[in-house]
Design a protein around this ligand. Sequence first.
Ligand code: FE2
Length: 199
Amino acid sequence: MNQAQNQARFRHFGEASHDEWALIDDHFRDYVADAPQRVLAHLHRLSGDTHGYPVDRYEHSLQTATRALRDGADEEMVVCALLHDIGDDLAPANHAEIAAGILEPFIDPLNAWMIRHHELFQGYHYRHFFGLDPHAREQFRDHPAYARTVRFCDDWDQASFDPDYDTLPLEHFVPMVERVLSRDPFGGLPAVSEKKEAP
Ligand SMILES: [Fe+2]
């Protein structure tokens, strides 16, 4: 191992030693711990271009979270509201999947389902303008996350395009994002086992 560079030297995994995997695991845990800051930094990329909407996606995200908070939503739901559109710039044709992927390791599976399906549910408010069925979300009426997804879209998401609304700044939500994204992903990452002495 090259201690000076603090990195492994193998050329393929077949050469990797236990110490090298332990080193990589240490780096990975630091990287995971810093993920909330990278997510928050990425959220800023939604500011600027409004794409024709009354507010840009950054303002919309803050406003959605503010409305959820003021309606008494729990912290996890407020974080979902803040980050639900974070994939807009990377995957404009599939943005809900990005937000769901980021949040899924840390949240209730029903909330991950809600994020993943929010675009279709939100479409209740506009799909008819595109010649599409606004009631398409009814196919999920019996799903356990149906009611929360309807509430998320109807009360907070579709309502959050008001440039005159008293929207809270990002700083208000930073500790919430840090707490939710600092939970053990999927209940805990596998760790490199203790080094065993050679028999
Ligand atoms: Fe949205």
